[in-house]
Design a protein around this ligand. Structure first.
Ligand code: BEZ
Length: 244
């Protein structure tokens, strides 16, 4: 049973898909940050990790850094957060740069000492830990709107193929006005949005576009080549990188 009043529910509401990303100012390993304003016009992957100097987080930081240039081609920046202090973050990323198979971490890491930002974003799940963030991922579009959210527990590292797929899929959905089927990867057929009213339904019935594979009035596939996608998303020639 809920025993808190509506005001408290509203005050504690964590941002959800479709919400504007809550604004904050923070100190990071790369200097001060005003979020999401500093990223206007860009996609952002804003993610939290539980602790510095921990194994799973270290593998994730290396993986994020390895993929940074691919995200950059997709006009997408990375911003990390944990409750640690800047000196701890700096010492950890220095250690990562020195270790075998390590990487020089160039994306900013927020020091959220008082957990204010993590709590605002619902990154602290009290039943798991009331002092450390879970592995949250917020994918935020160039208008500052939250478009996807993932949560992983501390013991499980994120799936970077899926994070990359989400960024490409959302950008593809926006750029080509299509929807994205289950398990889609670039190069596979996409979905034509289903008719939303009788007018659209009648138009759909009359005008069958060629190349459209229509299984029912509400389920139609169409081809979309991965070269076409990457040319549009990266504004580059068809030699652009494919999703991994
Ligand atoms: C890790 O990154 O390995 C980790 C962090 C917090 C709790 C458990 C594991």
């Amino acid at each position: 049973m809920f025993n808190i009043c509506d005001d408290e529910i509203v005050a504690n509401k964590m941002p959800l898909i479709g919400d504007t990303a809550p604004e904050f100012h923070a100190q990071t390993t790369n200097g001060p940050l005003h979020f999401p304003h500093d990223y206007a016009g860009k996609w952002v992957i804003f993610f939290s990790h539980p602790s510095d100097f921990t194994p799973v987080c270290t593998t994730e930081f290396i993986r994020f850094q390895e993929l940074l240039s691919q995200f950059d081609e997709l006009n997408t920046d990375l911003v990390a957060l944990s409750v640690g202090a800047i000196p701890s973050h700096l010492a950890w990323i220095h250690a990562i740069s020195e270790m075998d198979g390590g990487a020089k971490i160039t994306f900013p890491v927020i020091a959220d000492m008082d957990t204010d930002i993590a709590r605002t974003y619902g990154m602290i799940h009290d039943s798991s830990s009331d002092t450390h963030a879970v592995r949250a991922v917020f994918i935020i579009d160039p208008m500052g709107i939250i478009r996807a959210i993932l949560y992983y527990p501390a013991v499980l590292g994120r799936n970077f193929t899926e994070i990359m797929r989400i960024v490409v899929a959302l950008q593809t959905a926006d750029a080509f006005r299509v929807a994205i089927p289950a398990d889609w990867v670039p190069g596979e057929h996409v979905l034509v949005p289903a008719p939303q009213n009788t007018n659209e339904l009648n138009k759909f019935a009359k005008k069958r576009e060629k190349n459209i594979d229509s299984r029912a009035w509400f389920l139609s596939y169409k081809p979309l080549a991965s070269d076409t996608i990457y040319e549009r998303l990266t504004q580059k020639s068809s030699g652009a990188k494919k999703n991994k």
